[in-house]
Design a protein around this ligand. Structure first.
Ligand code: GLY
Length: 369
């Protein structure tokens, strides 16, 4: 096997696959190294919600980057689908963030006005329109904030499509754990237990495991795992028309009647088990919002470790200590949403001389990386 590539991407989650895809379709020879099958980390436990004006509500860089990435989605998904031959369910039915008391309703109504003032389509929906907008919501829900541009993508389908597209563009996959990245003979060497691979550029995109990869003379990247459990229900037809965001859970209705209910947020180290408490909390939360959900079939629970950084923004950019090393990790709650933009930023950094780095995502904000 050829052990030399242009770029080695460490990590085969949605971020690693999207970066590899963008590089491979632009002609780079790409090797992706993943410790298990692609997309089985945080990616498979994601509900694939695309909601910048909820996730980025605090404003700042996350909001801007999330909105930029969502704007790429309309082009990204059909391109990956065409390159892979894999269909990807990607819909923008809007989100409805619901309030269960008058105080929360008035906060949502203010948020609607604030969004409109910044040019984002949004409106507050109160009774009786609420019952027509989402007929199966619990009657004690007093209002909701509708953001029509929001939506979801089926994260598993998108990752499978990216994998297939990568292979069509000549990329290779290697399964195993990366131990170390070192300098060697004018390039970087990625060492695994029983093999090593060389490349001019190495992208560290290993999510929660990024800090466990030893990098020659460079401190560990500050990413910690935050466990998320996601329950999957099914009914013969979709229970909901919108993605629902409630006080204790969010709900993503797929076209086939599957309802994703997410997500817990737990400091549990690298423990990827589902727990009885996590499943109970999610089931109670969904049935408070949608009582019909008690009658739905229970089809499983998924668990992922979200990679969180100290400021909860991703780390995307070149290492100042090890030439050729690029970080693309720490996407925390927004890996799916930020994947298309991250892929473009990293590909530009590697393939173009005058790439435009995003200062807020710089690895050096965390010291000598
Ligand atoms: N983006 C939603 C979550 O991480 O649960």
């Amino acid at each position: 096997m050829n052990r030399t590539s242009d770029v080695i991407v460490i990590g085969g989650g949605v971020i690693g696959c999207a970066i590899g895809y963008e590089l491979a379709r632009r002609g780079a020879r790409v090797l992706i190294i993943e410790m298990r099958q692609a997309g089985l980390g945080a990616t498979q436990a994601s509900a694939g919600m695309l909601a910048p004006y909820i996730e980025g509500r605090a404003g700042g860089a996350l909001l801007q980057l999330a909105a930029r990435s969502l704007a790429i989605y309309d082009e990204f998904v059909p391109q990956v689908s065409a390159d892979s031959g894999v269909e990807i369910e990607y819909l923008r039915p809007g989100t409805l963030q619901v309030a269960t008391d008058e105080q929360a309703a008035s906060a949502l109504s203010e948020e609607a006005s604030r969004l409109v003032a910044t040019g984002v389509a949004a409106r507050f929906v109160g009774p009786p329109e609420l019952a027509e907008t989402e007929p199966l919501l619990a009657p004690d829900i007093v209002g909701g904030l509708l953001v029509p541009s929001h939506g979801y993508v089926r994260a598993g389908a998108m990752t499978s499509a990216l994998e297939a597209a990568l292979v069509r563009h000549g990329a290779r996959f290697e399964i195993g754990r990366v131990l170390e990245v070192v300098r060697g003979g004018g390039c970087l060497r990625v060492k695994m237990e029983a093999a090593h691979f060389d490349a001019r550029t190495v992208v560290l995109a290993a999510g929660s495991w990024s800090g466990r990869v030893q990098i020659e003379n460079v401190a560990a990247v500050p990413v910690r795992p935050v466990r998320g459990q996601l329950v999957q229900l099914e009914s013969p037809a979709p229970l909901l028309r919108h993605v629902i965001w409630g006080p204790d859970c969010y709900l993503v209705p797929w076209a086939d009647g599957t309802l994703l209910v997410g997500a817990t947020s737990e400091d549990a180290g690298f423990d990827e088990r589902a727990t009885a408490a996590g499943v109970r909390d999610l089931l109670e939360a969904v049935c408070e919002l949608v009582p019909h959900a008690w009658q739905a079939g229970f089809t499983g629970v998924r668990v992922g470790l979200r990679p969180a950084t100290p400021d909860e923004l991703p780390i995307v950019g070149a290492s100042a200590r090890l030439p050729g090393l690029v970080y693309a990790t720490g996407h925390y709650r927004n890996g799916i949403l930020l994947a298309p933009l991250t892929a473009r930023l990293v590909a530009a950094l590697i393939l173009e001389e005058h790439a435009d780095p995003v200062p807020e995502l710089s690895p050096q904000r965390f010291g000598e990386l």
